[in-house]
Design a protein around this ligand. Sequence first.
Ligand code: NAD
Length: 586
Amino acid sequence: MLPDYFEFSLPTRVIYGIGVINSLHDAVAHYGPRRALLVTDAVLVQTGLVERVKAGFARTAIDIVAVYDQVPPNSTIRTVEDCAALGRAQHCDLIIGLGGGSVLDTAKVANILMVKGGSVAEHMGAYLLGQTRLLPLFLIPTTAGTGSEVTKVAVIADPDHDVKLPFAETQFLPDLAILDPELTRSLPPKLTAMTGMDALTHAIEAYVDKEWSPASDGLALQAIRLIRDYLLRACAQPNDVQARGAMLAASCLAGIAFSHSMVGMVHGISHALGGVYHIPHGLANALVLPEVMDYNLDSRLDRYADIAEALGVAFPRPGAALENLLRYSPLRFAAPLARPLAGLDRWFRRKAAQASIAYVRRLNQQLAHVTGMSLNLRDAGIQDGLDKLDQVVETAMADGAMLYNPREPEREAVRRIVQTLYATTVKPLPTSAADLRPAVATTQVQELRDVFPDTETFYRVMGGFFERLKIDPQIGGPLRDSQLCVQFQYAQPTAVLTIDARGEEVQIYQGAAFTGEPEVTMSMNADFAHAFWHGRVNLVSALTRRQVTAKGNVPKTLRLLPILKPAYALYPQYLAEVGMADKVMR
Ligand code: NAD
Protein backbone atom coordinates (compact mmCIF):
# COMPACT_ATOMS: atom_id res chain seq x y z
CA MET A 1 0.00 0.00 0.00
CA LEU A 2 1.28 3.47 -0.86
CA PRO A 3 1.10 6.55 1.36
CA ASP A 4 -1.76 8.97 0.49
CA TYR A 5 0.68 11.56 -0.76
CA PHE A 6 4.36 11.86 -1.49
CA GLU A 7 6.66 14.16 -3.42
CA PHE A 8 10.03 13.54 -4.93
CA SER A 9 12.44 15.95 -6.56
CA LEU A 10 16.17 16.45 -6.60
CA PRO A 11 17.21 19.66 -8.32
CA THR A 12 20.82 19.03 -7.34
CA ARG A 13 23.13 17.70 -9.99
CA VAL A 14 25.28 15.05 -8.32
CA ILE A 15 28.58 14.11 -9.93
CA TYR A 16 30.68 11.26 -8.61
CA GLY A 17 34.16 10.13 -9.59
CA ILE A 18 37.57 9.29 -8.22
CA GLY A 19 39.54 12.48 -8.90
CA VAL A 20 36.49 14.27 -10.34
CA ILE A 21 37.61 17.40 -8.50
CA ASN A 22 40.29 17.76 -11.20
CA SER A 23 37.82 17.90 -14.07
CA LEU A 24 35.11 20.32 -13.07
CA HIS A 25 35.36 22.53 -16.10
CA ASP A 26 32.32 21.20 -17.89
CA ALA A 27 30.16 20.80 -14.78
CA VAL A 28 30.55 24.46 -13.78
CA ALA A 29 30.93 26.08 -17.20
CA HIS A 30 27.45 27.59 -17.39
CA TYR A 31 27.90 29.58 -14.14
CA GLY A 32 30.41 31.74 -16.03
CA PRO A 33 33.00 33.86 -14.21
CA ARG A 34 32.19 34.09 -10.49
CA ARG A 35 33.68 35.35 -7.23
CA ALA A 36 33.40 32.37 -4.93
CA LEU A 37 33.48 32.09 -1.15
CA LEU A 38 35.00 28.76 -0.07
CA VAL A 39 33.66 27.61 3.30
CA THR A 40 35.74 24.96 5.06
CA ASP A 41 37.57 24.17 8.31
CA ALA A 42 41.10 24.35 9.68
CA VAL A 43 41.64 20.56 9.58
CA LEU A 44 40.89 20.48 5.88
CA VAL A 45 43.38 23.27 5.29
CA GLN A 46 45.99 21.22 7.17
CA THR A 47 45.29 18.00 5.27
CA GLY A 48 45.87 19.82 1.98
CA LEU A 49 42.33 19.22 0.74
CA VAL A 50 41.64 22.93 0.45
CA GLU A 51 44.63 23.36 -1.88
CA ARG A 52 43.48 20.40 -4.01
CA VAL A 53 40.03 21.85 -4.41
CA LYS A 54 41.41 25.30 -5.21
CA ALA A 55 43.61 23.71 -7.88
CA GLY A 56 40.52 21.99 -9.30
CA PHE A 57 38.62 25.27 -9.55
CA ALA A 58 41.67 27.10 -10.90
CA ARG A 59 40.95 25.33 -14.21
CA THR A 60 37.49 26.91 -14.37
CA ALA A 61 36.15 30.46 -14.59
CA ILE A 62 35.23 30.34 -10.90
CA ASP A 63 37.64 32.42 -8.88
CA ILE A 64 37.86 31.57 -5.17
CA VAL A 65 38.34 35.08 -3.78
CA ALA A 66 37.69 34.35 -0.09
CA VAL A 67 38.19 31.35 2.18
CA TYR A 68 36.39 31.00 5.51
CA ASP A 69 38.19 28.14 7.28
CA GLN A 70 37.05 28.47 10.88
CA VAL A 71 34.03 26.16 10.99
CA PRO A 72 34.18 24.00 14.15
CA PRO A 73 32.58 20.55 14.47
CA ASN A 74 28.88 21.27 15.19
CA SER A 75 28.95 24.73 13.69
CA THR A 76 27.52 27.62 15.68
CA ILE A 77 25.43 30.73 15.06
CA ARG A 78 28.49 32.90 15.47
CA THR A 79 30.42 30.90 12.88
CA VAL A 80 27.65 31.27 10.32
CA GLU A 81 27.43 35.02 10.90
CA ASP A 82 31.21 35.51 10.58
CA CYS A 83 31.29 33.39 7.45
CA ALA A 84 28.46 35.34 5.81
CA ALA A 85 30.13 38.65 6.75
CA LEU A 86 33.28 37.59 4.92
CA GLY A 87 31.31 36.56 1.84
CA ARG A 88 29.46 39.85 1.76
CA ALA A 89 32.58 41.93 2.32
CA GLN A 90 34.24 40.18 -0.64
CA HIS A 91 31.14 40.57 -2.85
CA CYS A 92 30.99 36.84 -3.47
CA ASP A 93 28.31 35.60 -5.84
CA LEU A 94 28.76 31.84 -5.41
CA ILE A 95 29.42 29.61 -2.39
CA ILE A 96 31.44 26.41 -2.27
CA GLY A 97 31.22 24.25 0.88
CA LEU A 98 34.08 21.77 1.38
CA GLY A 99 33.88 19.60 4.48
CA GLY A 100 31.71 17.47 6.70
CA GLY A 101 28.14 18.27 7.68
CA SER A 102 29.23 21.12 9.94
CA VAL A 103 30.82 22.98 7.04
CA LEU A 104 28.10 22.20 4.52
CA ASP A 105 25.37 23.35 6.91
CA THR A 106 27.32 26.53 7.60
CA ALA A 107 27.51 27.24 3.88
CA LYS A 108 23.75 26.69 3.53
CA VAL A 109 22.71 29.05 6.31
CA ALA A 110 25.41 31.63 5.47
CA ASN A 111 23.88 31.73 1.99
CA ILE A 112 20.62 33.05 3.51
CA LEU A 113 22.46 35.74 5.45
CA MET A 114 24.49 36.78 2.43
CA VAL A 115 21.33 37.29 0.40
CA LYS A 116 18.83 38.44 3.02
CA GLY A 117 21.00 39.83 5.80
CA GLY A 118 19.84 39.69 9.42
CA SER A 119 20.87 37.27 12.15
CA VAL A 120 20.79 33.47 12.13
CA ALA A 121 17.98 33.37 14.69
CA GLU A 122 15.73 35.41 12.39
CA HIS A 123 15.88 32.71 9.74
CA MET A 124 15.39 29.68 11.95
CA GLY A 125 12.43 27.54 10.97
CA ALA A 126 11.05 25.73 7.96
CA TYR A 127 10.33 27.05 4.48
CA LEU A 128 10.48 30.73 5.39
CA LEU A 129 12.26 31.80 2.21
CA GLY A 130 9.30 31.46 -0.09
CA GLN A 131 10.46 32.20 -3.64
CA THR A 132 13.69 33.99 -2.61
CA ARG A 133 16.59 32.90 -4.78
CA LEU A 134 19.87 32.27 -2.99
CA LEU A 135 23.39 32.29 -4.46
CA PRO A 136 24.50 29.25 -6.45
CA LEU A 137 25.84 26.66 -4.02
CA PHE A 138 28.29 23.79 -4.66
CA LEU A 139 28.75 21.27 -1.85
CA ILE A 140 31.71 18.89 -1.63
CA PRO A 141 31.44 16.39 1.25
CA THR A 142 34.65 15.16 2.88
CA THR A 143 32.90 12.86 5.35
CA ALA A 144 30.55 10.08 4.27
CA GLY A 145 27.69 10.44 6.67
CA THR A 146 25.41 13.43 6.80
CA GLY A 147 24.32 13.52 3.15
CA SER A 148 23.98 17.27 3.70
CA GLU A 149 25.06 17.79 0.07
CA VAL A 150 21.61 16.61 -1.03
CA THR A 151 19.33 17.60 1.84
CA LYS A 152 17.13 20.60 2.40
CA VAL A 153 18.02 20.83 6.07
CA ALA A 154 20.81 22.35 8.14
CA VAL A 155 21.60 22.13 11.83
CA ILE A 156 23.43 24.91 13.66
CA ALA A 157 24.32 24.85 17.36
CA ASP A 158 23.26 27.58 19.76
CA PRO A 159 25.85 27.08 22.53
CA ASP A 160 24.26 29.73 24.76
CA HIS A 161 21.11 27.64 25.05
CA ASP A 162 22.62 24.14 24.61
CA VAL A 163 20.43 23.36 21.61
CA LYS A 164 20.91 22.61 17.94
CA LEU A 165 18.71 24.79 15.77
CA PRO A 166 17.02 23.19 12.77
CA PHE A 167 16.56 24.93 9.42
CA ALA A 168 14.70 23.56 6.40
CA GLU A 169 14.57 25.31 3.04
CA THR A 170 14.23 23.94 -0.47
CA GLN A 171 16.89 26.46 -1.52
CA PHE A 172 19.43 24.55 0.63
CA LEU A 173 19.54 21.89 -2.06
CA PRO A 174 22.75 22.89 -3.81
CA ASP A 175 23.14 23.38 -7.52
CA LEU A 176 25.98 20.90 -7.62
CA ALA A 177 27.14 18.13 -5.26
CA ILE A 178 30.63 16.87 -6.03
CA LEU A 179 31.41 13.41 -4.67
CA ASP A 180 35.10 12.59 -4.94
CA PRO A 181 36.15 9.60 -2.80
CA GLU A 182 39.75 10.86 -2.85
CA LEU A 183 38.66 13.70 -0.58
CA THR A 184 37.49 11.33 2.16
CA ARG A 185 40.65 9.20 2.36
CA SER A 186 42.19 11.37 5.06
CA LEU A 187 39.16 10.97 7.35
CA PRO A 188 40.48 9.09 10.42
CA PRO A 189 38.96 5.61 11.07
CA LYS A 190 37.01 6.68 14.17
CA LEU A 191 35.35 9.56 12.30
CA THR A 192 34.76 7.23 9.35
CA ALA A 193 32.91 4.87 11.68
CA MET A 194 30.83 7.55 13.37
CA THR A 195 29.86 9.36 10.19
CA GLY A 196 29.14 6.04 8.45
CA MET A 197 26.73 5.16 11.26
CA ASP A 198 25.08 8.54 10.72
CA ALA A 199 24.39 7.48 7.11
CA LEU A 200 23.04 4.11 8.28
CA THR A 201 20.75 5.90 10.72
CA HIS A 202 19.43 8.15 7.95
CA ALA A 203 18.66 5.16 5.77
CA ILE A 204 16.97 3.16 8.54
CA GLU A 205 14.95 6.06 9.88
CA ALA A 206 13.89 7.09 6.36
CA TYR A 207 12.71 3.52 5.74
CA VAL A 208 10.63 3.12 8.88
CA ASP A 209 9.29 6.56 9.68
CA LYS A 210 5.84 7.97 9.03
CA GLU A 211 6.72 9.86 5.85
CA TRP A 212 8.19 6.90 3.96
CA SER A 213 7.59 6.81 0.22
CA PRO A 214 8.42 4.30 -2.51
CA ALA A 215 11.19 6.50 -3.88
CA SER A 216 12.91 7.01 -0.56
CA ASP A 217 12.46 3.30 0.25
CA GLY A 218 14.50 2.29 -2.78
CA LEU A 219 17.29 4.72 -1.98
CA ALA A 220 17.35 3.80 1.71
CA LEU A 221 17.63 0.05 1.10
CA GLN A 222 20.43 0.48 -1.43
CA ALA A 223 22.29 2.75 0.99
CA ILE A 224 21.95 0.07 3.68
CA ARG A 225 23.39 -2.58 1.35
CA LEU A 226 26.40 -0.41 0.50
CA ILE A 227 27.05 0.39 4.14
CA ARG A 228 26.80 -3.32 5.01
CA ASP A 229 29.52 -4.10 2.47
CA TYR A 230 31.84 -1.16 2.86
CA LEU A 231 31.73 0.62 6.21
CA LEU A 232 33.99 -1.75 8.16
CA ARG A 233 36.30 -1.96 5.17
CA ALA A 234 36.58 1.83 4.83
CA CYS A 235 37.50 1.98 8.54
CA ALA A 236 40.01 -0.90 8.44
CA GLN A 237 41.57 0.13 5.12
CA PRO A 238 41.29 3.93 4.95
CA ASN A 239 43.07 4.13 1.59
CA ASP A 240 40.68 1.75 -0.10
CA VAL A 241 39.19 4.25 -2.47
CA GLN A 242 36.50 1.81 -3.64
CA ALA A 243 35.21 1.43 -0.09
CA ARG A 244 35.44 5.20 0.39
CA GLY A 245 33.49 5.74 -2.82
CA ALA A 246 30.79 3.26 -1.84
CA MET A 247 30.37 5.00 1.52
CA LEU A 248 30.17 8.40 -0.14
CA ALA A 249 27.50 7.10 -2.51
CA ALA A 250 25.62 5.43 0.37
CA SER A 251 25.67 8.60 2.41
CA CYS A 252 24.35 10.56 -0.56
CA LEU A 253 21.54 8.05 -1.26
CA ALA A 254 20.60 7.98 2.41
CA GLY A 255 20.62 11.78 2.42
CA ILE A 256 18.21 11.95 -0.53
CA ALA A 257 16.03 9.33 1.17
CA PHE A 258 15.75 11.12 4.49
CA SER A 259 15.44 14.54 2.91
CA HIS A 260 12.15 13.20 1.53
CA SER A 261 11.02 10.98 4.42
CA MET A 262 12.61 12.82 7.33
CA VAL A 263 14.27 11.14 10.31
CA GLY A 264 12.83 10.08 13.66
CA MET A 265 13.42 9.48 17.32
CA VAL A 266 17.09 8.50 16.94
CA HIS A 267 17.80 11.97 15.64
CA GLY A 268 15.58 13.59 18.26
CA ILE A 269 17.70 12.06 21.02
CA SER A 270 21.01 12.57 19.19
CA HIS A 271 20.35 16.25 18.61
CA ALA A 272 19.70 16.61 22.33
CA LEU A 273 22.90 14.73 23.23
CA GLY A 274 24.77 16.97 20.77
CA GLY A 275 23.23 20.17 22.08
CA VAL A 276 23.51 19.43 25.81
CA TYR A 277 26.64 17.26 25.99
CA HIS A 278 28.36 18.01 22.64
CA ILE A 279 28.43 14.33 21.70
CA PRO A 280 29.45 14.08 18.02
CA HIS A 281 26.36 13.64 15.89
CA GLY A 282 27.39 10.38 14.19
CA LEU A 283 28.44 8.76 17.46
CA ALA A 284 25.20 9.73 19.18
CA ASN A 285 23.25 8.22 16.29
CA ALA A 286 25.34 5.04 16.34
CA LEU A 287 24.61 4.47 20.03
CA VAL A 288 20.95 5.48 20.02
CA LEU A 289 20.00 3.66 16.79
CA PRO A 290 19.61 0.07 18.08
CA GLU A 291 17.76 1.26 21.20
CA VAL A 292 15.17 3.13 19.13
CA MET A 293 14.89 0.23 16.65
CA ASP A 294 13.99 -1.92 19.64
CA TYR A 295 11.44 0.66 20.82
CA ASN A 296 9.84 0.87 17.34
CA LEU A 297 10.04 -2.81 16.45
CA ASP A 298 6.40 -3.82 16.76
CA SER A 299 5.11 -0.78 14.93
CA ARG A 300 7.20 -1.61 11.81
CA LEU A 301 7.95 -5.30 12.05
CA ASP A 302 7.93 -5.97 8.32
CA ARG A 303 10.04 -2.96 7.51
CA TYR A 304 12.70 -3.97 10.04
CA ALA A 305 12.65 -7.45 8.49
CA ASP A 306 13.34 -5.82 5.08
CA ILE A 307 16.20 -3.93 6.67
CA ALA A 308 17.61 -7.20 8.00
CA GLU A 309 17.54 -8.56 4.46
CA ALA A 310 19.32 -5.48 3.14
CA LEU A 311 21.88 -6.01 5.88
CA GLY A 312 22.41 -9.51 4.53
CA VAL A 313 20.65 -11.35 7.37
CA ALA A 314 18.54 -13.83 5.41
CA PHE A 315 15.88 -15.93 7.14
CA PRO A 316 13.96 -18.67 5.33
CA ARG A 317 10.28 -18.42 4.42
CA PRO A 318 9.39 -22.12 4.31
CA GLY A 319 5.68 -21.52 3.70
CA ALA A 320 6.22 -19.24 0.71
CA ALA A 321 8.97 -21.50 -0.65
CA LEU A 322 6.78 -24.62 -0.51
CA GLU A 323 3.78 -22.81 -1.94
CA ASN A 324 5.85 -21.55 -4.90
CA LEU A 325 7.33 -24.96 -5.44
CA LEU A 326 3.89 -26.54 -5.63
CA ARG A 327 2.19 -23.72 -7.54
CA TYR A 328 4.74 -23.64 -10.35
CA SER A 329 5.03 -27.43 -10.68
CA PRO A 330 2.70 -30.15 -11.93
CA LEU A 331 1.56 -30.47 -8.31
CA ARG A 332 -0.04 -26.99 -8.35
CA PHE A 333 -3.34 -28.46 -7.03
CA ALA A 334 -1.46 -29.15 -3.77
CA ALA A 335 -0.46 -25.48 -3.20
CA PRO A 336 -3.09 -24.89 -0.47
CA LEU A 337 -1.34 -27.55 1.61
CA ALA A 338 1.52 -25.06 2.14
CA ARG A 339 -0.73 -22.38 3.65
CA PRO A 340 -0.51 -23.60 7.25
CA LEU A 341 3.19 -22.82 7.06
CA ALA A 342 2.36 -19.11 6.69
CA GLY A 343 2.41 -18.80 10.49
CA LEU A 344 5.96 -20.12 10.50
CA ASP A 345 6.90 -17.48 7.92
CA ARG A 346 5.54 -14.74 10.18
CA TRP A 347 7.60 -16.12 13.05
CA PHE A 348 10.73 -15.96 10.89
CA ARG A 349 9.86 -12.40 9.84
CA ARG A 350 9.78 -11.36 13.49
CA LYS A 351 13.13 -13.10 14.04
CA ALA A 352 14.53 -11.24 11.02
CA ALA A 353 13.28 -7.91 12.33
CA GLN A 354 14.93 -8.60 15.69
CA ALA A 355 18.10 -9.65 13.89
CA SER A 356 18.34 -6.20 12.27
CA ILE A 357 18.78 -4.76 15.76
CA ALA A 358 21.33 -7.40 16.74
CA TYR A 359 23.20 -6.64 13.50
CA VAL A 360 23.48 -2.93 14.30
CA ARG A 361 24.64 -3.64 17.89
CA ARG A 362 27.28 -6.03 16.57
CA LEU A 363 28.39 -3.55 13.90
CA ASN A 364 28.91 -0.89 16.59
CA GLN A 365 31.03 -3.33 18.60
CA GLN A 366 33.11 -4.22 15.54
CA LEU A 367 33.59 -0.56 14.69
CA ALA A 368 34.71 0.00 18.27
CA HIS A 369 37.29 -2.76 17.87
CA VAL A 370 38.59 -1.47 14.54
CA THR A 371 38.55 2.28 15.32
CA GLY A 372 38.20 2.80 19.07
CA MET A 373 34.71 4.28 18.67
CA SER A 374 33.01 4.62 22.07
CA LEU A 375 30.27 2.19 23.01
CA ASN A 376 28.73 4.14 25.88
CA LEU A 377 28.02 7.75 26.80
CA ARG A 378 30.67 7.81 29.58
CA ASP A 379 33.44 7.12 27.09
CA ALA A 380 31.75 9.49 24.64
CA GLY A 381 32.48 12.33 27.06
CA ILE A 382 29.68 12.59 29.64
CA GLN A 383 31.54 12.94 32.91
CA ASP A 384 28.99 14.54 35.23
CA GLY A 385 27.12 11.37 36.19
CA LEU A 386 24.39 12.32 33.70
CA ASP A 387 23.37 15.32 35.77
CA LYS A 388 21.68 16.96 32.78
CA LEU A 389 19.48 13.96 32.00
CA ASP A 390 16.27 15.96 32.46
CA GLN A 391 17.52 18.61 30.06
CA VAL A 392 18.43 15.96 27.48
CA VAL A 393 14.98 14.38 27.77
CA GLU A 394 13.15 17.71 27.48
CA THR A 395 15.29 18.85 24.55
CA ALA A 396 14.73 15.54 22.76
CA MET A 397 10.98 15.64 23.32
CA ALA A 398 10.84 19.12 21.76
CA ASP A 399 12.83 18.07 18.68
CA GLY A 400 10.96 18.18 15.37
CA ALA A 401 12.34 14.78 14.29
CA MET A 402 10.20 13.14 16.98
CA LEU A 403 7.08 13.94 14.94
CA TYR A 404 8.05 11.48 12.25
CA ASN A 405 8.83 8.48 14.44
CA PRO A 406 6.57 5.51 13.66
CA ARG A 407 5.75 5.03 17.35
CA GLU A 408 4.81 7.96 19.60
CA PRO A 409 8.00 8.81 21.53
CA GLU A 410 7.40 8.60 25.27
CA ARG A 411 9.31 10.74 27.70
CA GLU A 412 10.06 7.73 29.91
CA ALA A 413 11.39 5.75 26.96
CA VAL A 414 13.79 8.58 26.05
CA ARG A 415 14.99 8.72 29.64
CA ARG A 416 15.48 4.96 29.79
CA ILE A 417 17.41 4.90 26.50
CA VAL A 418 19.82 7.64 27.58
CA GLN A 419 20.34 5.97 30.98
CA THR A 420 20.98 2.60 29.32
CA LEU A 421 23.54 4.10 26.98
CA TYR A 422 25.27 5.77 29.89
CA ALA A 423 25.44 2.61 32.04
CA THR A 424 26.12 -0.04 29.41
CA THR A 425 29.36 -2.04 29.64
CA VAL A 426 29.19 -3.62 26.21
CA LYS A 427 32.65 -4.44 24.82
CA PRO A 428 34.29 -4.18 21.37
CA LEU A 429 34.11 -7.26 19.18
CA PRO A 430 37.02 -8.42 17.00
CA THR A 431 36.32 -8.55 13.28
CA SER A 432 37.34 -11.29 10.90
CA ALA A 433 38.59 -10.96 7.34
CA ALA A 434 35.14 -12.08 6.19
CA ASP A 435 33.55 -9.12 8.00
CA LEU A 436 35.58 -6.79 5.83
CA ARG A 437 34.05 -8.47 2.78
CA PRO A 438 36.85 -7.74 0.37
CA ALA A 439 35.08 -7.11 -2.90
CA VAL A 440 35.88 -8.83 -6.13
CA ALA A 441 39.33 -7.59 -7.11
CA THR A 442 38.91 -4.28 -8.83
CA THR A 443 41.39 -3.05 -11.36
CA GLN A 444 42.62 0.24 -10.17
CA VAL A 445 43.51 2.66 -12.90
CA GLN A 446 46.74 4.39 -12.14
CA GLU A 447 46.20 8.06 -12.80
CA LEU A 448 48.91 9.91 -14.67
CA ARG A 449 48.82 13.68 -14.90
CA ASP A 450 50.51 15.99 -17.39
CA VAL A 451 52.03 13.13 -19.36
CA PHE A 452 52.86 15.43 -22.27
CA PRO A 453 54.64 18.57 -21.07
CA ASP A 454 54.06 20.49 -24.33
CA THR A 455 52.43 20.35 -27.75
CA GLU A 456 55.67 19.44 -29.46
CA THR A 457 56.12 16.34 -27.28
CA PHE A 458 52.49 15.44 -27.83
CA TYR A 459 52.83 15.54 -31.63
CA ARG A 460 56.07 13.59 -31.49
CA VAL A 461 54.51 10.82 -29.41
CA MET A 462 50.84 10.67 -30.36
CA GLY A 463 51.36 11.78 -33.97
CA GLY A 464 54.16 9.21 -34.27
CA PHE A 465 51.91 6.57 -32.77
CA PHE A 466 49.18 7.29 -35.30
CA GLU A 467 51.73 6.97 -38.13
CA ARG A 468 52.73 3.64 -36.64
CA LEU A 469 49.08 2.49 -36.62
CA LYS A 470 48.96 3.08 -40.37
CA ILE A 471 51.76 0.65 -41.14
CA ASP A 472 51.07 -1.97 -38.51
CA PRO A 473 50.20 -5.27 -40.29
CA GLN A 474 47.21 -5.93 -37.99
CA ILE A 475 45.89 -2.40 -37.84
CA GLY A 476 46.69 -0.70 -41.16
CA GLY A 477 44.17 -2.73 -43.20
CA PRO A 478 41.11 -2.28 -40.96
CA LEU A 479 42.01 1.39 -40.52
CA ARG A 480 42.00 1.93 -44.30
CA ASP A 481 38.80 -0.10 -44.65
CA SER A 482 37.01 2.17 -42.15
CA GLN A 483 36.92 4.95 -44.82
CA LEU A 484 36.51 7.35 -41.94
CA CYS A 485 37.76 10.87 -41.39
CA VAL A 486 38.03 11.63 -37.69
CA GLN A 487 39.63 14.61 -36.02
CA PHE A 488 40.92 14.49 -32.41
CA GLN A 489 41.09 17.84 -30.66
CA TYR A 490 43.23 17.80 -27.52
CA ALA A 491 43.62 20.09 -24.54
CA GLN A 492 46.47 20.32 -22.00
CA PRO A 493 48.51 20.61 -24.20
CA THR A 494 46.54 21.88 -27.15
CA ALA A 495 46.89 19.80 -30.30
CA VAL A 496 44.86 18.49 -33.23
CA LEU A 497 45.37 15.20 -35.07
CA THR A 498 43.24 14.14 -38.02
CA ILE A 499 43.08 10.65 -39.48
CA ASP A 500 41.64 10.65 -42.98
CA ALA A 501 41.04 7.16 -44.34
CA ARG A 502 38.73 8.17 -47.16
CA GLY A 503 41.31 7.99 -49.99
CA GLU A 504 43.64 5.30 -51.30
CA GLU A 505 46.08 5.90 -48.46
CA VAL A 506 45.39 6.74 -44.83
CA GLN A 507 46.65 10.27 -44.12
CA ILE A 508 47.57 11.66 -40.70
CA TYR A 509 47.53 15.45 -40.33
CA GLN A 510 48.91 17.55 -37.49
CA GLY A 511 47.36 20.84 -36.41
CA ALA A 512 46.03 23.10 -39.18
CA ALA A 513 47.53 20.95 -41.95
CA PHE A 514 44.11 19.38 -42.44
CA THR A 515 41.82 21.83 -44.16
CA GLY A 516 38.85 19.62 -45.02
CA GLU A 517 35.71 18.73 -43.11
CA PRO A 518 36.06 15.74 -40.72
CA GLU A 519 33.08 13.39 -40.35
CA VAL A 520 33.56 13.19 -36.62
CA THR A 521 35.44 15.33 -34.12
CA MET A 522 36.33 14.11 -30.65
CA SER A 523 37.64 16.47 -27.97
CA MET A 524 39.48 15.32 -24.86
CA ASN A 525 42.42 16.06 -22.61
CA ALA A 526 45.78 14.73 -23.74
CA ASP A 527 46.06 12.70 -20.50
CA PHE A 528 42.75 11.09 -21.28
CA ALA A 529 44.00 10.08 -24.74
CA HIS A 530 47.06 8.56 -23.07
CA ALA A 531 44.84 6.43 -20.80
CA PHE A 532 42.56 5.63 -23.73
CA TRP A 533 45.34 4.13 -25.87
CA HIS A 534 46.29 1.95 -22.92
CA GLY A 535 42.75 0.51 -23.13
CA ARG A 536 42.12 1.79 -19.61
CA VAL A 537 38.99 3.88 -20.08
CA ASN A 538 35.40 3.10 -20.73
CA LEU A 539 34.48 5.30 -23.69
CA VAL A 540 30.75 5.19 -22.97
CA SER A 541 31.20 6.39 -19.41
CA ALA A 542 33.75 8.96 -20.62
CA LEU A 543 31.08 10.40 -22.93
CA THR A 544 28.62 10.56 -20.01
CA ARG A 545 31.24 12.29 -17.88
CA ARG A 546 31.99 14.68 -20.74
CA GLN A 547 35.63 13.63 -20.61
CA VAL A 548 35.12 13.19 -24.34
CA THR A 549 32.76 15.22 -26.45
CA ALA A 550 31.92 13.85 -29.85
CA LYS A 551 30.40 15.70 -32.79
CA GLY A 552 29.25 14.42 -36.16
CA ASN A 553 28.51 10.91 -37.38
CA VAL A 554 29.63 9.24 -34.16
CA PRO A 555 28.18 5.76 -34.91
CA LYS A 556 30.52 5.58 -37.91
CA THR A 557 33.48 5.45 -35.49
CA LEU A 558 32.34 1.93 -34.59
CA ARG A 559 34.24 0.94 -37.73
CA LEU A 560 37.41 1.57 -35.74
CA LEU A 561 36.54 -1.10 -33.17
CA PRO A 562 38.64 -3.84 -34.86
CA ILE A 563 41.80 -1.76 -34.53
CA LEU A 564 41.43 -0.98 -30.85
CA LYS A 565 42.64 -4.19 -29.25
CA PRO A 566 45.89 -4.43 -31.25
CA ALA A 567 46.38 -0.66 -30.85
CA TYR A 568 46.11 -0.95 -27.04
CA ALA A 569 48.85 -3.59 -27.16
CA LEU A 570 51.00 -1.45 -29.44
CA TYR A 571 50.82 1.85 -27.53
CA PRO A 572 52.86 0.88 -24.42
CA GLN A 573 55.47 -0.77 -26.64
CA TYR A 574 55.64 2.37 -28.73
CA LEU A 575 56.04 4.56 -25.63
CA ALA A 576 59.02 2.47 -24.59
CA GLU A 577 60.53 2.83 -28.08
CA VAL A 578 60.30 6.63 -27.95
CA GLY A 579 61.90 6.82 -24.49
CA MET A 580 58.71 7.20 -22.43
CA ALA A 581 58.70 3.83 -20.67
CA ASP A 582 58.16 5.66 -17.37
CA LYS A 583 54.77 6.85 -18.67
CA VAL A 584 53.48 3.34 -19.33
CA MET A 585 50.48 2.79 -17.07
CA ARG A 586 50.75 -0.11 -14.68
P1 NAD B 1 31.93 17.39 10.99
O1 NAD B 1 31.62 18.16 9.78
O2 NAD B 1 31.59 18.01 12.29
O3 NAD B 1 33.45 16.98 10.96
C1 NAD B 1 34.02 16.24 12.02
C2 NAD B 1 35.53 16.38 11.99
O4 NAD B 1 36.03 15.68 10.85
C3 NAD B 1 36.00 17.82 11.86
O5 NAD B 1 37.06 18.01 12.75
C4 NAD B 1 36.52 17.89 10.44
O6 NAD B 1 37.58 18.80 10.30
C5 NAD B 1 37.01 16.48 10.20
N1 NAD B 1 37.05 16.09 8.81
C6 NAD B 1 36.05 16.21 7.90
N2 NAD B 1 36.45 15.69 6.72
C7 NAD B 1 37.71 15.25 6.88
C8 NAD B 1 38.65 14.62 6.03
N3 NAD B 1 38.37 14.27 4.77
N4 NAD B 1 39.88 14.32 6.53
C9 NAD B 1 40.18 14.61 7.81
N5 NAD B 1 39.33 15.20 8.68
C10 NAD B 1 38.10 15.51 8.20
O7 NAD B 1 31.23 15.94 10.94
P2 NAD B 1 29.94 15.42 10.20
O8 NAD B 1 29.51 14.23 10.93
O9 NAD B 1 30.18 15.30 8.74
O10 NAD B 1 28.85 16.58 10.40
C11 NAD B 1 28.15 16.72 11.60
C12 NAD B 1 27.23 17.92 11.54
O11 NAD B 1 26.32 17.75 10.45
C13 NAD B 1 26.39 18.08 12.78
O12 NAD B 1 26.27 19.43 13.09
C14 NAD B 1 25.04 17.51 12.37
O13 NAD B 1 23.99 18.00 13.13
C15 NAD B 1 24.98 17.94 10.94
N6 NAD B 1 24.10 17.13 10.10
C16 NAD B 1 23.49 17.76 9.06
C17 NAD B 1 22.66 17.06 8.21
C18 NAD B 1 22.00 17.75 7.07
O14 NAD B 1 21.27 17.12 6.30
N7 NAD B 1 22.19 19.01 6.88
C19 NAD B 1 22.45 15.69 8.41
C20 NAD B 1 23.10 15.07 9.45
C21 NAD B 1 23.94 15.81 10.28
